[in-house]
Design a protein around this ligand. Structure first.
Ligand code: ADP
Length: 486
């Protein structure tokens, strides 16, 4: 069936356990706020360890039957869910904006991007391959098959409330894994709406269980130590990722980790400066800079640094800051007061160490966690933001003199998610691209996220890849049968 009519999604605020929407065992709830106004928009169930236990048991009990469903069946559930998301794009975008703050146009972009993971993995579900070879001595047939890894723990952040969920649920469903899912406490509503859509699309009871909570460790901890979960897929901070990696070790669980970034944005002397500014707007301002892929350090050749900085400052100061729900808004609020004070203190630190403010710099009065688009020039190497994810609309421009220096500065970080590189010289592009210690390179573009591509990082940015041809591999095991040739 294709969904053609957009039906309103009821706002879900309970836990989803074994196909049923239920209150938390202790009856508690927590509130969700709109970061543009500080208003409470909903109360959701505050899951407890007892709820976590029921959820993981449901996922464990559902695993065997779910693994036996046909690839086509799983594919069609994802495809139907994709169709429903698209038919309700506007409604979902409004929900994302209400709980997370991004402008509606960006929220619509996230819906299209997030939905695409379901369409992509609906196509991958029926292409799970295997292998058949003969041993070197000719005596054995080697038949290799792929099985789902088993029940998965999914934990997501607040910055892309829909897409971070679909990017994990899509391949898990395609592979035949059951799931327990804990969305970020700041943005649980979109995840609950997504779960509702999957049920409507025909996902059987127990395959996806969602537990919202104000105390992440009290729900995820029991899942990690349950012995039922076989895998954890996490997107969030490197700090929490390390805790989960340690917990995963106790049960030797498979891990996929999408952790922090500290993306260098390199503009060479021969770059098309207008194109670099365009790319910088995307790499810096998408999601108000609240993305692990956000350009954190802009290394610009000294000969073009001033031109680049001024052009970028002109563009950034022209952006309309406001409530994301207003049609004219181009920059929404930051997620909360912690995020806001972190950005302000990173700017203050850089300025106290000698950086020049070319645009923005201090926050406006009034409600909401707003921070103005800010450009800092001549940022010194000692500034804290050089080694800290800014997660806000602040562009830090650092001049460099030659290629080797640019590479040394770019790689001088424990992270290695993405780098952006602007040059019109093909040899330089390949030379520098090869030397960057990252999982992804945007060459003359400020956007690398794409469901058809393997997203992920090296060094402390993570383990594994999401999306692309390899995305489903993270949820599959190998099994081989040895069969003598008689
Ligand atoms: P961010 O800085 O993006 O909020 P976090 O790593 O703090 O990143 O949060 C990402 C996700 O990890 C959220 O869903 C959060 O609730 C969850 N989380 C935080 N602490 C823990 C923990 N100790 N165990 C499991 N999950 C956690």
């Amino acid at each position: 069936t294709t969904v053609t009519d957009a039906e309103p999604t009821t706002l879900q605020n309970k836990l989803l356990i074994n196909g049923e929407w239920t209150a938390s065992a202790n009856g508690k709830t927590f509130v969700v706020e709109n970061p543009a106004t500080g208003e409470v928009i909903a109360e959701v169930a505050d899951g407890s360890p007892a709820d976590a236990q029921r959820a993981i048991e449901a996922a464990g009990a559902a695993q065997a039957d779910w693994a036996r469903t046909s690839p086509r069946e799983r594919s069609e559930i994802l495809r139907r869910a994709y169709d429903i998301i698209i038919s309700r794009a506007d409604e979902l975008a409004r929900l994302i904006t209400a709980e997370m703050g991004k402008p509606l146009a960006e929220a619509r972009g996230e819906v299209a991007y997030g939905a695409e993971f379901f369409r992509w993995f609906s196509e991958e579900a029926v292409r799970i391959g295997g292998d058949h070879t003969t041993s070197g001595d000719g005596k054995t047939r080697i038949v290799v098959t792929r099985d789902p890894v088993g029940p998965c723990v999914l934990v997501t952040p607040w910055n892309f409330p829909l897409a971070m969920g679909t990017r994990k649920i899509g391949p898990a469903v395609a592979a035949g894994c059951t799931m327990v899912f804990k969305p970020a406490e700041l943005t649980p509503l979109t995840s609950l709406a997504l779960a509702d859509i999957l049920i409507e699309a025909g996902l059987p009871a127990g395959v996806l269980n969602v537990v919202t909570t104000s105390d992440a460790g009290s729900v995820v901890g029991p899942w990690m130590s349950s012995g039922i979960a076989r895998k954890i897929s996490f997107t969030g901070s490197t700090e929490v990722g390390k805790i989960l990696l340690r917990q995963a070790a106790d049960n030797v669980m498979r891990t996929s980790m999408e952790l922090g970034g500290n993306a260098p944005f390199i503009v060479c002397r021969d770059a098309d400066i207008d194109r670099a500014v365009e790319g910088a707007m995307m790499a810096k301002m998408r999601n108000m800079g609240e993305a692990c892929t956000a350009a954190n350090r802009m290394f610009v050749h000294r000969d073009v640094a001033e031109e680049f900085g001024h052009k970028l400052a002109d563009r950034m100061s022209a952006l309309a800051v406001g409530n994301g729900a207003d049609a004219e808004t181009e920059v929404g609020p930051l997620i909360d007061s912690d995020g806001l004070s972190k950005v302000q203190s990173l700017v203050d630190d850089a300025v106290s160490k000698g950086a020049a403010v070319v645009a923005g710099g201090s926050r406006p009065d009034g409600p909401g966690y707003f921070y103005p688009p800010t450009v800092l020039a001549d940022v010194p190497a000692s500034a804290e933001l050089m080694s800290t994810e800014i997660f806000g609309p602040v562009a830090a421009v650092i001049p460099f003199d030659d290629e080797d220096e640019a590479i040394r500065l770019a790689n001088d970080t424990e992270w290695g998610l993405v780098a952006y590189l602007f040059t019109q010289d093909i040899d330089r592009a390949l030379r520098l691209g090869e030397r960057l210690e990252v999982g992804m390179v945007g060459l003359n573009t400020g956007l690398v996220s794409n469901p058809a591509a393997p997203f992920g990082g090296v060094k402390q940015s993570g383990v594994g890849r999401e999306g692309g041809r390899v995305g489903i591999e993270e949820f599959l095991e190998y099994k081989y049968m040895a069969i003598p040739r008689t």
